[in-house]
Design a protein around this ligand. Sequence first.
Ligand code: ZN
Length: 137
Amino acid sequence: MGFFRRKKNGFQSINWKIKKKCIEMILASAKSTYPNEFGALLRVDEEKKDTIVELVLLPGTVQGESHAIFKLNMMPVDFSIVGTIHSHPSNNPNPSGADIHLFQKHGKIHIIAAAPYTIDSWSGYDNKGNSVKIEIV
Ligand code: ZN
């Protein structure tokens, strides 16, 4: 897939990975929060900085019926946090305009889990809302 590799202005695409346990926890949390939305932050391994290993729940995050509201002023200063995850109560995993706005401001890798929250019903996105492949490891 060399064709898709870009390296310019010091930017190099990252081959994102997520631990199976972590994506399973996301899907289970999304399922149990349904029909409300589930939202959390994504943390990478301290050494393997391309591998998402953990969810960080924000204190005071509102699981609303509308879009998950991240209280990002509560966001800890933690450089192992690389992005966000939230669920959609519909089967549409595409980011909304508000989602892309959130993505742009808070991190570089984002996940949306759509109903029915199976291993095939989630997608990864970069901070511009472009879809990104995240490998389950
Ligand atoms: Zn959304």
